[in-house]
Design a protein around this ligand. Sequence first.
Ligand code: 6PG
Length: 235
Amino acid sequence: MTAPRTEIFADPQDLALRAADWMAGVIAAAEVPFRMALSGGSTPRLLYAELSLRRIEWSKLRFYWIDERFVPPDHPDSNQRMARETLLNHIRVAPEQIHAMPTLTDPETAARAYEDGLKSAYGATELDPARPLFDLTLLGLGSDGHICSLLPGSPVLEERTRWVVPVQHGRPEVRLTLTYPAVESSRLTVFLVTGQDKAEVVKRVRQGDQSLPGGRLRPQGETVWLLDRAAASLL
Ligand code: 6PG
């Protein structure tokens, strides 16, 4: 595992601006298709808005999600809705390039359907360390050290076979999440973290604290940390 690269920015807006420029360059240099796994939550909103303003060959992109709240796509808590409002509705992208996690059946059926879709896109049912599933995986970090919807103490942290599972505990709503094998299968893993409330977990996750879901992540490719000064204040 290569040592993580870390960029620290003055504030969330500066981070979003510079990160969008950097990601536009990564995409420009990449092959087609460019499979990008999107995070939800609030942190990526500024980045997605900045990305929508960049001159990017959007036809290269295939958008996936790392997790989803099991709510209708138009629900205020939907990660799909957030990404559409901040990015996807503002760029030239065809519907077939967007692979949102389905939330209109039952969680188990939806998880298996999403996993089948990932395997179809990947062209195999087993992940090959030499051939990552994603080209770029964008991760937030919860103040409890969770990534995706891999929550502390959850049994899904131990899942090493399935790529997508439902999460029935730990949050008010059911979630769907990528498991460690799927989220680790990425050429580039980008942690996007801002705010003083994240400073402690940023420090502990980077130290590999195994009590935190983020600390257990072992990405296959390069890891980049994009932080504002507040989130980096304990480094
Ligand atoms: C979600 C995200 C989740 C998020 C962290 C950080 O569905 O909420 O995928 O993993 O990245 O909880 O959330 P904030 O960016 O809102 O702090």
